[in-house]
Design a protein around this ligand. Sequence first.
Ligand code: HEC
Length: 171
Amino acid sequence: MLLPILVLACAPAFAADGAAITEQAARGKAIFNDASKKTQCATCHQLGKEGTAVGPDLSQIARISPKALVISILSTRTVHAKEVQLKVGRKFPGMIAKETDIDLKIYDLSKLPPEEMTVPKTAVHAVRDNGTWKHPPESTGYTNEQLADVIAYIRWVSYGDTKGVSPAEVK
Ligand code: HEC
């Protein structure tokens, strides 16, 4: 009975396939989950057990090239975010998290952290392509080293990568 307790107590962090976290991935994890920033990635992305799934699941795109990942992190164009216009009242940028026959679960991106709300479909006037909301890291100025660390973390947590990412790969 002692063994499981010991394992729990000593366990650093392990990726899905059991690979122990690398130094670089640990740095990336700290940036990803940096609670001193409102725009930390975990505010809007869930990876492993941490974070909130407002934005896309990054483990799905962990295998694309570091350069391509950085382009989507820094991109001012959006693919999934929408502009939601209610019949009465507001128009706001939102991520549709779930749609049923009667309502929409939406994250209101005008709030930080984004606010989860459920709106009856009958109250929605229109859902259009987003034209106003921009992905936050765009303005926070991460260095290439930091971006490489974050990507190393995304890769490690998603598929146990321990090779890491060189800052030259994100340029
Ligand atoms: C305020 C919320 C928020 C924060 C903070 C945030 N993201 Fe995002 N992210 C989103 C949303 C929403 C999208 C989807 C945008 C779109 O419509 O294309 C997205 C998209 C992405 C994408 C593209 C995913 C895809 O499948 O197209 C990547 C990569 C990404 N984010 C990485 C990051 C990283 C790394 C950080 C931290 C440095 C971060 N994000 C911080 C909300 C956020």
